[in-house]
Design a protein around this ligand. Structure first.
Ligand SMILES: [Zn+2]
Length: 345
């Protein structure tokens, strides 16, 4: 029987000394001192030991009980001290598991870079709602009543709104520009602000088109906004994003919300103008429409077009991301494919 006491003592001492967490120590204590603990069972067994061995056995078990009790208390205070020092309560000797490193999605990174660039130029960062209305997306932006973009071919109208008009005809926003009217209605000019966000179009997808994509719009409103300051803005932004001069060209373009409207193209950086699937073999990409807000847009925003001038640019964010990283298919950006995303970690 004394062998049992010695054996338990050896095992318990080693186990206590190796214990690295308070939880494990509590479990160990229960396994020794609990109702069915190994030490408790030995104490209970004293009464069954033969009379001539009882004294030695009883003394041995009780001595072990005291020793182990003290050893548990000592280990506990050592672990508490360690915890206070390191702020941890786990076995610090266990091998670690490698942590999965997260990273910003390339589109979000681009958005943040643009926000930073524009903020340094004194622009406010503004956000509008993703669900908008015909009133904001078309009526207030000078879209004629029969403009094809209003039709369900291009715009995702919310179910039940198809037959309604104006503010009651709700849609996923097909572009960001409606948010600028919201801003004008609630802010006093002069102001300059940008608004990043996701937009949705009901169109078929290919390497250059997605049903949901990101735009980034900027608007300056002041008493005098020369046309050249808009152009300078575009070049500055593109240089900031790509870290080098980017070739751009301006073409006259018609957009209902600007007068005069123009379209800015940049040379395709994937193929350096030689032609590829991203630029549809032409070497140039439409990057952004822009121009001074149409007088009707100013009026919708509650501003007098005789007093205020402005300049819009509306950047296709996904295309900039594709140019920046040499991505040749816009659908990858929304694919949630980790093999693709991990390249940007
Ligand atoms: Zn190209």
């Amino acid at each position: 029987m004394l062998d049992k006491v010695k054996h338990l003592g050896d095992e318990a001492r080693a186990a206590i000394a190796q214990c690295r967490s308070l939880d494990a120590l509590r479990t160990l204590e229960t396994s020794l001192f609990g109702r069915k603990g190994s030490l408790t069972l030995l104490l209970k067994a004293i009464k069954d030991v033969a009379p001539q061995d009882k004294k030695a056995f009883g003394q041995g078990v009780n001595a072990l009980k005291e020793e182990l009790g003290a050893a548990l208390a000592q280990q506990k205070s050592a672990l508490l001290a360690l915890k206070a020092e390191q702020g941890v309560d786990f076995d610090v000797t266990l091998p670690g598991s490698s942590a999965c490193k997260g990273s910003q999605h390339p589109t979000l990174r681009m958005m943040n870079d643009l926000n930073e660039s524009f903020a340094s130029l004194g622009f406010e960062i503004y956000e509008g709602p993703e669900i908008s209305s015909e009133a904001y997306c078309f009526d207030s932006l000078n879209f004629p009543a029969d403009h094809p973009a209003r039709e369900s071919m291009d715009t995702f109208w919310l179910r039940g709104c198809e037959d309604k008009k104006g503010a009651e005809r709700l849609s996923l926003r097909p572009h960001l520009t409606g948010a600028s009217v919201r801003y004008m209605q609630t802010h006093k000019p002069p102001f300059r602000f940008v608004y990043p966000g996701r937009v949705a179009r009901n169109e078929s997808t290919d390497a250059g088109h997605e049903r949901a994509f990101f735009q980034y719009e900027a608007l300056i409103v002041d008493r005098q906004v020369p046309f050249s300051s808009g152009r300078l803005l575009v070049d500055t932004i593109l240089e900031t994003i790509f870290g080098r001069k980017v070739k751009t060209r301006m073409r006259a373009g018609f957009f209902p919300f600007v007068e005069p409207g123009f379209e800015i193209d940049m040379q395709c950086l994937v193929c350096d103008g030689k032609g590829c699937s991203v630029c549809k073999r032409v070497g140039w990409l439409e990057m952004m429409p822009g121009g001074p807000p149409h007088p009707n847009v100013f009026r919708a925003g509650g501003l007098d077009p005789a007093i205020w001038q402005g300049f819009y640019i509306n950047i296709g964010l996904d295309r900039l991301v594709m140019m920046r990283y040499g991505i040749d298919d816009i659908r990858l950006l929304h694919s949630t494919d980790l093999r693709f995303l991990r390249q940007f970690a």
